[in-house]
Design a protein around this ligand. Structure first.
Ligand code: HEC
Ligand code: HEC
Ligand code: HEC
Ligand code: HEC
Length: 462
């Protein structure tokens, strides 16, 4: 019977073939199987990670640790006493210093250039821009490992985390200038409607990095109440948030539910702890871009800059390279204590000291959900009071912060109540009320780990 039909319908293979091509086009944007899923939450709530073993195998090969060099002996003269122009690695002895030079050559310099990539005939000279950049990168790496443990934990990073043997890390970003000459009805399309790999080939904005990983625009867009009120965001703002979220998911090779519970994307209590780590990651990327990379703009040659003349910057993919923890959470930093922090105390004369009349900053720390009285920081407040008494034209600005967990509206109240308590203390210490102003910061969620985040800052305005 079927043989009879096939003879009667000579067009059938053509139809089948067209259907296959059509299906192929439709599925063109999808990943080729096999797919696998791992349940990460209670049954029935859709918390599952979708994994593609084929793509995972490729990621696995780029996320392997290189072999660490043998540890250096702890004794011997400091490199800064032997060499002429050591400005950062002053705390290392000669053996440790040499070990760092060998390691960074292996991790960053093109193999055919070796030490010459950063040095000319005179090793002490700063003629090559790569050496100047590398010096700042060493400071940045130490800063990440010692001040951003809220994100990188004890795993830490080395130059290899970003560079992986390349002079320019594989994943960097520049501000996207967009299409030029758009006029009329489509002018000002907010970076939309041109499919972008940044946001998973969607038509969402193609540059979510400039507002969020360079600027500190608000990422949270979901309103706290159903009625029209002051806390509503536009569709445009929401588009930017989604573009960032897609790019973060791609950078880590995970789904949205790795960090969120799909029943509510906003609520922290229902989110996984990874969301908090990611929250710190966003602040860390901002810090690295603004305080390390942007100030190096003039140091880089023109051909390393973007079309708008901006420096190459860091995003989640710079370190993560497709996996949930860079290098699957293996630590190379533990084998390079030289890049984690100071190894030896450096003689006081060479360490910079605070000027005698330094302007103090008050930092008062509070317990979880408390605002009646701080638990730490009294001394810093006392130095502000002393300063104000000695400088009678100086004024202070007080800003309150909270940690990232809990309800947003409640946290705003908490941050304000904390600021008010500190203001009262200053006034009762004899500072005139008109010299003390309360200022709500742009971003009330404090930086640093949650203990540091729950604070009030008192800054002197000259
Ligand atoms: C990626 C850039 C880079 C590479 C590659 C590199 N260095 Fe360095 N080197 C630096 C930086 C940065 C300093 C200064 C460190 C500081 O100020 O603390 C430095 C300083 C030095 C100094 C001290 C010079 C002086 O008198 O002040 C010596 C010696 C040195 N490097 C040797 C080497 C050797 C040998 C190699 C190859 C195995 C090498 N470096 C590869 C960046 C590099
Ligand atoms: C968080 C990621 C990150 C880490 C960690 C990092 N770098 Fe970089 N590095 C960058 C970015 C981004 C650039 C800018 C890319 C460019 O050169 O245009 C860069 C550029 C450089 C350059 C200039 C390259 C060139 O040819 O223009 C040197 C040299 C360098 N890094 C050395 C180091 C060294 C040495 C370390 C470790 C002590 C290090 N980096 C750690 C992200 C990183
Ligand atoms: C690696 C963790 C992570 C992943 C993956 C992730 N998010 Fe987020 N998401 C966050 C963090 C952190 C914030 C809060 C950012 C802030 O406040 O600075 C956030 C905020 C949001 C918000 C705003 C919530 C509010 O309160 O207004 C939405 C909506 C959102 N994410 C959607 C998504 C979607 C959709 C995906 C998948 C495409 C996704 N997220 C993937 C970490 C993640
Ligand atoms: C300087 C390198 C670096 C950058 C940039 C970076 N991360 Fe990470 N991230 C790490 C390291 C290292 C770890 C591993 C920490 C650990 O072992 O707990 C990590 C861990 C995480 C985790 C925890 C994963 C888990 O399974 O517990 C999340 C989530 C995360 N990062 C999200 C982000 C997001 C989102 C961004 C961009 C906004 C980002 N990271 C940028 C280095 C980085």
């Amino acid at each position: 019977m079927s043989a009879f039909l096939r003879r009667r319908n000579p067009l059938r293979p053509v139809v089948l073939c067209a259907a296959t091509v059509g299906l192929g086009i439709m599925l063109g944007g999808c990943e080729r199987p096999p797919m696998d899923a791992v349940q990460t939450g209670y049954r029935g709530i859709g918390l599952a990670e979708v994994i593609n073993p084929r793509l995972d195998a490729a990621k696995y090969s780029v996320n392997q640790l290189p072999v660490a060099l043998p540890a250096a002996p702890a004794d011997g003269p400091l490199a800064s006493t032997v060499y002429q122009n050591i400005r950062v690695l002053k705390d290392l002895n000669v053996a440790q210093f040499t070990r760092v030079m060998l390691a960074i050559t292996q991790w960053v310099a093109p193999p055919d250039q070796s030490c010459n990539y950063c040095h000319g005939a005179n090793m002490a000279s700063d003629d090559k821009y790569t050496k100047v950049v590398a010096r700042r990168m060493i400071e940045m790496t130490r800063h990440i490992n010692s001040d951003w443990t809220s994100h990188v934990a004890q795993t830490g990073v080395t130059c290899y985390t970003c560079h992986r043997g390349n002079a320019v890390p594989r994943n960097v970003w520049f501000t996207n200038a967009g299409q030029s000459g758009t006029t009329g009805l489509i002018a000002g399309n907010a970076g939309k409607n041109s499919p972008t790999t940044v946001a998973g080939l969607s038509a969402l904005p193609y540059d979510p990095y400039t507002p969020f990983l360079l600027g500190d625009k608000n990422i949270r867009v979901i309103a706290n109440d159903a009625l029209p009120g002051g806390d509503h965001s536009s569709i445009k703002q929401t588009d930017y948030t989604y573009a960032l979220m897609i790019s973060m998911s791609q950078a880590l090779g995970v789904n949205c539910v790795y960090c969120h519970n799909s029943r509510s994307f906003a609520v922290w209590d229902a989110s996984t702890p990874k969301r908090t780590t990611a929250w710190y990651g966003i602040r860390m990327a901002r810090d690295l871009n603004n305080n390390y990379l942007v100030p190096l703009t003039a140091t880089f040659p023109q051909h390393r800059l973007g079309v708008l003349g901006d420096v190459a910057k860091v995003n989640c993919a710079t370190c993560h390279q497709g996996v949930f923890k860079p290098l699957y959470g293996e630590s190379l930093a533990k084998d390079y204590p030289e890049l984690v922090g100071a190894m030896h105390a450096v003689a006081a004369s060479s360490a910079p000291s605070a000027p005698a009349d330094a302007v103090p900053v008050g930092r008062l720390y509070f317990d979880v959900d408390k605002s009646a009285k701080w638990v730490e920081g009294e001394d810093s407040l006392q130095s502000v009071v002393d300063y104000l008494k000695a400088h009678d034209t100086a004024k202070v600005s007080i800003s309150g912060y909270h940690d990232p967990s809990g309800d947003v509206a409640h946290n705003l109240q908490l941050a304000k109540a904390r600021a008010i308590v500190v203001r009262k203390a200053l006034v009762s210490d004899g500072i005139a009320p008109d010299r003390v102003s309360l200022d709500k910061p742009m971003e009330t969620t404090g930086t640093g780990d949650p203990r540091d985040a729950r604070r009030v800052e008192v800054t002197v305005q000259q």
